[in-house]
Design a protein around this ligand. Structure first.
Ligand SMILES: [Zn+2]
Length: 457
């Protein structure tokens, strides 16, 4: 009557940790208790292990056309890597373009993703053009379809992806009306483009000038502007990959004032500073926004610890070495993005294992909060009735990240050599084992589209 029984592990939720048994039936968590026993169930002894809800990476770009190429991980490779890092749901970002609708954009990507996905997946839809307002009429249908979040870029003006402030306000309001939330990538494009032009004229073309062209205050201005509009029209806002102290402080202040504002950061902003752009392999670290100075890094960690940052996601968007090399002598030719989906949960759990945050907080940041914010009602917690998305984690296992033990298609990683304390040993998606002790054991096409619920607030 039960398919799977995980015994004697320490079950961790966002609120508590306790030793217990967890039973799975039909892909759902069917029972949690002490001394459970089902003779027919496959039984696993998890003594000494942590039993965690699968992580939700709320920010990835798989098979994404960008920077004159396509990101190196297909839906297959990216979700395979996710499975091996304890991520059981991946959010991807289909991009609507001028003249196109939301549903046709999303459905085209769903068609690509569905046969390849190894873990469950959801979509935020990037909005780049309202088609003279017609697109707004489609927001309700998108929400009904399960797309309850949209994204706008306040940057990438030349690339035709940016929206102006009026468009942003229209999106904020319409998203709110249909029970959705608006995600924002906040940087100021005019100042970036001005700086780039200046540095190029001066022959300053090393990766360091990627950082120098979009430093702290360039992100902060756009963070603050996004917060200002969201506050002014009383619409929910989710700021993606927050990387600077000043913007963080503005968003935190607005949260404290009671506004519906959420903050995401990424492991790369917690681990690295802008110093990486002076390294020989600095181009491999080029992503936008760039890593910032140590003051921002400290502020981000503080917000991770004190609860004001809501989620950790990755912005996973790897490119091959030869593509990164296009910018060897010109930082503007480096495709922006780094790998991360397989490192997210192990990195945050390692921080917990080292006592920097609690395991409960790591679960909250990587699973429970993204599920709540984005309406994944069946996910994000080890609770009876939810999907059996489960990670078994060995806190004693030491692990050193290397491209050779990752499961993506890329050929290098910014995480090379990073030592972690503790590591996932098994990942289950809806009760099915997809990762087992270093090996991917899942199947392409197993992952399902997560139809999300509208916000109730
Ligand atoms: Zn992104």
């Amino acid at each position: 009557m039960m398919d799977l029984l995980i015994k004697n592990g320490t079950i961790v939720t966002a609120n508590e940790s306790y030793i217990g048994d967890l039973a799975v039936d039909g892909g759902k968590i069917a029972a949690i208790g002490k001394n459970l026993s089902y003779s027919s169930a496959k039984t696993i002894d998890a003594s000494g292990m942590l039993v965690l809800p699968g992580a939700i990476d709320a920010h990835t770009h798989l098979a994404m056309p960008f920077g004159g190429t396509v990101s190196a991980d297909s839906y297959l490779a990216g979700t395979r890597a996710a499975a091996c890092g304890g991520v059981t749901t991946v959010f991807d970002y289909p991009m609507q373009r001028k003249g196109k609708g939301i549903l046709e954009t999303v459905e085209a990507r769903k068609e690509m993703c569905d046969p390849e996905a190894c873990v469950d997946y959801a979509f935020h839809c990037i909005v780049t053009d309202l088609n003279d307002g017609a697109l707004l009429d489609e927001f309700q249908a998108a929400a009904d379809y399960g797309i309850t979040s949209f994204k706008c870029f306040l940057v990438y003006k030349k690339e035709g992806m940016m929206v102006d402030d009026a468009t942003l306000i229209k999106v904020l309001l319409k998203a709110k009306e249909v029970g959705a939330i608006t995600n924002i990538h906040a940087e100021n494009p005019d100042v970036i483009d001005m700086n780039i032009e200046k540095f190029k004229k001066e022959g300053k073309t090393s990766p360091w000038y990627h950082y120098m062209s979009r430093p702290e205050f360039v992100e902060a201005e756009a963070d603050k502007r996004a917060v200002h509009w969201a506050k002014s029209v009383e619409a929910p806002l989710y700021i993606v990959h927050m990387a600077d102290k000043e913007g963080l402080e503005a968003a935190v202040l607005a949260k404290r004032q009671g506004h519906d504002i959420y903050i995401e950061t990424c492991p790369q902003y917690l681990e690295f500073t802008c110093d990486v752009y002076n390294r020989e392999d600095g181009r491999n670290f080029v992503c936008s926004p760039p890593m910032k100075g140590v003051e921002s890094q400290k502020a981000l960690w503080e917000a991770v610890k004190n609860g004001t940052i809501d989620t950790i996601a990755t912005d996973h968007c790897p490119f091959m070495s030869y593509e990164k090399d296009w910018g060897k002598d010109d930082f503007t030719k480096i495709p922006n993005g780094c790998a991360g989906v397989e490192n997210l949960y192990p990195y945050m759990l390692s921080a917990a294992n080292e006592g920097i945050i609690s395991f409960n907080r790591a679960v909250e940041l990587c699973s429970t909060n993204p599920a709540k914010i984005f309406g994944c009602t069946q996910k994000g917690s080890l609770t009876v009735g939810k999907d059996a998305d489960i990670v078994i984690y060995d806190p004693k296992k030491a692990f050193t990240i290397s491209v050779s033990n990752m499961h993506s298609d890329y050929d290098h990683t910014i995480w090379e050599g990073k030592m972690l304390s503790g590591y996932p040993v098994q990942t289950y998606v809806r009760g099915t084992l997809v990762y087992d002790n270093g090996a991917f054991v899942g199947k392409a096409g197993y992952g399902q589209f997560v139809k999300r619920s509208p916000r109730t607030v």
